[in-house]
Design a protein around this ligand. Sequence first.
Ligand code: THU
Length: 130
Amino acid sequence: MDKDQILSYIDKAIEAREKAYAKYSNFKVGAIVIDKDDNIYQGVNVENSSYGLSNCAERSAIFSAVSNGMKRIKIICIVGDTSEPISPCGACRQVIKEFSDEETVIILSNLKKEYKVYKIEELLPYSFKL
Ligand code: THU
């Protein structure tokens, strides 16, 4: 995947991020998931006054994608206002794993479009699976 393509995914995740519902943390996160047919699904973090019920952007995007028929993640791109490319939480890594394979491309970025590209095995080695 070339750099221009990666930057265009980051732009889309930044666009999605605007819709984040982050009234408690003020930390907005945006994500996009792309499936094998190049359908794009957006996700944002959705917080709650009962903090523990908050949902991360990447899980929102994956749940939306699965709800609309996606079977495997081809590409997932996550963006937050972090000093380094955003690092997804452990719960999200496990959920990404559920819908990933060796081909899945995980793009992590900040708003300055500094990014890193990973495979799920690098982010969640020796993961739980049935
Ligand atoms: N958050 C995400 O949406 N994705 C991440 O990768 C890290 C954290 C959200 C959860 C919560 O709404 C806010 O960021 C602060 O933790």
